[in-house]
Design a protein around this ligand. Structure first.
Ligand SMILES: *Cc1c(COP(=O)(O)O)cnc(C)c1O
Length: 426
């Protein structure tokens, strides 16, 4: 019998602590682990036996979280990282070489566009950002040096829903892995692997932890991609010089990506999640299904209320019939269209800034996916360093504010927006 999502959210990856019987996953606040003897140590370093060596690589608390998220996403394995952005680098790292590129959606989260446009160039990688609503544009951007496609399930902040099945078909036709950032949907609303994704990345900072206490990330591997087929993924499917010539795919099969990410990625890049952060995220995930239900219910009600308000120009929530992504949302996120969206205030930039300053229940922060309702004016903050064109493509034009709808009483959320809109448009 396969366990249901609610059950997995509480139990997957965890069992009573073998040493003490502790029911909750202990925070293993330790750097190193005593080897039984020299032979045991040698076997661990050769990957002949799985066990703990040093917490930059693996830690029991962090491993419980990795296994839980892998179970929720339906993946073969997962690796936890120090942040969502670290998870993105860790997802690309085994696939890329200098001179290779990733074809990515131009509607990605602004921080990711920044990372892809500028920072990854220092590794000799590059990104081509194209309109992922158009499978032909994706196919046209793919060249001999492309090693992955990258998109978000529900784009932050513009609320575009990605047609993961169509995008996965393009990836398949070109023998490429599809990487999906599932931060805003969470596995409660969408499991991208079921739509053909190879890797799923998360900012655990957001809904997985759910209360704004942790910075963390996770990469989940479906275990389904054939790294050996094309000859284009030598780190995974040829003798890896960074690990005494081990061919990870030949030796580890469906766990090749996960083991490479730990044995080489975390070992050499060191973007490791700390055990305390992992513990908080495990606690958060226990209530993920309950929270997400309330998040999407509140978001739908707030979006409908805003759309009917004469002080508002438009609302981008894909749960609204007016959204061009409404039908896609029913296929990709049937349980609800997330809880993050933008809306345009009549009066443009100045009215947006006034609105943000007059909201009381909403917190003005650069975060999302908290139990609390959050607001930000993307154009003057998270998307500040992008051009007007890039902002428009990302759905973060200067006349819109982004809301992350929390799980408070919805009438209180609406009342706060009502008084702030009055002040902003007076
Ligand atoms: C926040 C976010 C990230 C980056 O995650 P951090 O944990 O802040 O590094 C990546 N993708 C999306 C969609 C996000 O919302």
């Amino acid at each position: 019998m396969t366990l249901g999502f609610n059950t997995l959210a509480i139990h997957a990856g965890a069992e009573p602590d073998p040493a003490t019987g502790a029911r909750q996953v202990p925070i293993y606040q330790t750097t190193a682990y005593v080897f039984r003897d020299a032979d045991h140590a040698a076997k661990l370093f050769n990957l002949q036996e799985v066990g703990y060596i040093y917490s930059r690589l693996t830690n029991p608390t962090v491993a419980a979280l990795a296994n839980r998220v892998a179970a929720l996403e339906g993946g073969a394995g997962a690796v936890c990282c120090s942040s969502g952005h670290a998870a993105q680098i860790m997802a690309l790292f085994p696939l890329m070489q200098p001179g290779t590129n990733v074809v990515a959606s131009n509607k990605l989260y602004g921080g990711t566009i920044q990372q892809f446009n500028n920072t990854i160039r220092k590794f000799g990688w590059s990104a081509k950002l194209v309109d992922f609503d158009d499978p032909k544009a994706i196919a046209a951007a793919i060249d001999d040096n492309t090693r992955a496609l990258f998109c978000e399930t529900i784009c932050n902040p513009g609320g575009a829903v990605s047609d993961l099945d169509a995008i996965a078909r393009v990836a398949n036709q070109h023998g490429l892995p599809l990487i999906v950032d599932n931060t805003t949907a969470t596995p409660f609303l969408c499991r991208p692997i079921e739509h053909g994704a190879t890797l799923v990345v998360h900012s655990a900072t957001k809904y997985l932890t759910g209360n704004g206490t942790v910075t963390g990330g996770v990469v989940v591997d479906s275990g389904k991609f054939d790294w050996s087929a094309s000859g284009n993924f030598p780190s995974l499917a040829a003798p890896e010089p960074a690990y005494h010539g081990l061919n990870f795919h030949a030796a580890l099969g469906a766990m090749a990506f996960t083991f490479h990410s730990i044995a080489v990625g975390l070992r050499d890049l060191g973007m490791t999640m700390n055990p305390q952060g992992a513990h908080y995220t495990l606690m958060g995930i226990e209530t993920l299904p309950l929270r997400m239900e309330r998040h999407v219910q509140n978001a739908q009600a707030v979006a409908e209320w805003l759309e009917a308000d004469p002080r508002v120009d438009f609302v981008t929530y894909p749960g609204l019939k007016s959204s061009p992504y409404h039908n896609l949302a029913k296929m990709i996120v049937p349980g609800g269209a997330g809880a993050l969206f933008t809306f345009a205030v009549k009066g443009g930039y100045d009215a947006c800034v006034k609105l943000v300053d007059h909201l009381k229940l909403f917190s003005h922060v650069a975060n999302l996916g908290d139990t609390r309702s959050l607001v930000i004016h993307s154009a003057s903050t998270t998307h500040r360093q992008l051009s007007d064109e890039q902002r428009a493509a990302a759905g973060a034009s200067s006349n819109v504010v982004r809301l992350s709808i929390g799980i408070e009483d919805v009438r209180d959320i609406i009342a706060d927006l009502d008084q702030a809109l009055t002040a902003a448009t007076a």
